[in-house]
Design a protein around this ligand. Structure first.
Ligand code: PMP
Length: 436
């Protein structure tokens, strides 16, 4: 029938039967999404929502440039990646051109997801250094595969995260300058010194570091920017100890910061290995590792590296279409402009609503931390969930993050307009004023 009907209850029942209990869903009464266009999602009743969480579809939903690229390439050629075809070199060159001038990163390995990218990055680091130990930060998410899950330390994703790390993982303190061990702007050196002491202890135990991995902005902790000087100091200490530095840019890279294409540029550092995924394919599964030939060649000591679909002609063509659209549509600049407007709006709300604590992030990767008390920073977890439910009723999709689930994560498609940003701010103001 042409009449719209709410199919979400049927769909929910159907999923409950076939899903494992660990598979997540986010709302008490989730809507069933049928279509997407730019930064809007439309459900089966015809209701539209402003989508503030889809960082995978960086260009926006239903992008015609991506759709056309898929259509053309899948008719022409898609093969497993063993053959010679030009799309792979073309896309890899385009990716390398995005790195800052003077970087030694000249080699690309393409896979299909962020978890695979992190897994491969860890393997590369271990192969290149001949060591095993990986240092990861508390409250991180890096993926679901065996290795990427091993460096996933967030208690949200795994309540036993700190009890059951494999012995090749060392978990270091998270440099959260808002609610961490040290608080305030000038704490980078203190956190870095603590990590330096960890490196020394590991060396004393004969567990020299192979690599340090972190998100260049603490995405899964709520978009928390690293304290000034932290990353440069830590990278120097890791390198002095003979280890490599891995920047996980799966969430915070690719133009989302607005003021820089990469998250690590916020800290003025250059990693040895960069992992990328989510927005590369605008929803089409693509992941990648960017590193130097010296490090990548170490993999050959372990044998061949082969991914059947990683870097195939179709995914490369999609990747190129995404980069073209990002440039043509000025999306990084839009992230800077609209993200700045949103952050200012959230800060204005913090002046009027007690529950709004620190506003984290940069560009269109923001986190609105909700607290019951601004001194104790007691997380307003239940309130955050209720606020998301109420925002949903008002047509805005926002979800929570951090291991306390008290940060509203704001990472919309980069095409978000000022008009929609203002509508989101007005809706949040209304919810905070009404109560929840
Ligand atoms: N790294 C980070 C920082 C992530 O946020 C994620 C996914 N949330 C991953 C890696 C894993 O990516 P994927 O889900 O594509 O495997």
């Amino acid at each position: 029938s042409l009449a719209q009907h709410d199919a979400s209850a049927d769909e929910l029942a159907r999923r409950s039967e076939i899903f494992a209990s660990a598979q997540e869903r986010y709302y008490e009464r989730p809507m069933q999404i049928e279509r997407g266009w730019r930064h809007h999602l439309v459900d089966t009743t015809g209701r539209s929502y402003i989508d503030m969480v889809n960082n995978v579809t960086g260009l926006g939903h239903g992008h015609p440039g991506v759709a056309d690229a898929v259509n053309r390439q899948i008719r022409r050629l898609n093969t497993n990646s063993r053959f010679l075809y030009r799309e792979l070199a073309e896309y890899s060159e385009r990716l390398l051109a995005l790195l800052p001038e003077g970087s030694a990163l000249d080699t690309v390995l393409l896979v299909n997801s962020g978890s695979e990218a992190v897994d491969l990055a860890l393997r590369l680091a271990q192969a290149a250094t001949g060591r095993n130990t990986i240092v990861a930060l508390r409250e991180a998410y890096h993926g679901w595969t065996m290795a990427s899950d091993a460096v996933t330390t967030s208690a949200y994703d795994n309540p036993h995260a700190l009890e059951n790390r494999p012995d090749w993982v060392h978990v270091a303190d998270v440099p959260n300058r808002f609610r961490g061990t040290y608080r305030g702007a000038g704490t980078g050196a203190k956190y870095a010194a603590d990590l330096g002491a960890d490196l020394q202890r590991l060396a004393d135990e004969g567990r020299d570091v192979a690599a340090f991995i972190c998100e260049s902005v603490l995405g899964n902790a709520g978009g928390v920017l690293l304290p000034d000087g932290y990353l440069a100091d830590v990278y120097a200490r890791v390198r002095a100890a003979g280890g490599l530095c891995i920047a996980d840019e799966v969430q915070v890279g690719f133009g989302r910061m607005g003021s820089s294409f990469w998250g690590f540029e916020q800290s003025g550092v250059l990693p040895d290995i960069v992992t990328i995924a989510k927005p590369m394919g605008n929803g089409f599964p693509i992941g990648g590792v960017i590193t130097s030939k010296r490090i990548a060649d170490a993999l050959a000591m372990q044998g061949q590296f082969f991914s059947s679909a990683g870097g195939n002609p179709l995914s490369c063509r999609v990747g190129i279409a995404v980069l073209d659209a990002m440039e043509q549509e000025g999306l990084q600049q839009n992230a800077l402009r609209v993200g700045g407007r949103l952050a200012a709006g959230f800060r204005a709300l913090a002046e009027r609503h007690e529950i709004v604590g620190p506003i984290h992030g940069e560009g269109l990767y923001l986190g609105v931390e909700l607290v019951r008390d601004r001194e104790t920073l007691e997380p307003a977890t239940a309130e955050a969930a209720a606020i998301c439910e109420r925002l949903r009723e008002l047509g805005v999709i926002v979800l929570t993050t951090s291991e306390r689930s008290n940060v509203l994560k704001v990472k919309p498609p980069l095409c978000l307009t000022e008009e929609s940003a203002d509508a989101v701010l007005a809706a949040l103001d209304r919810v905070l004023t009404e109560g929840w």
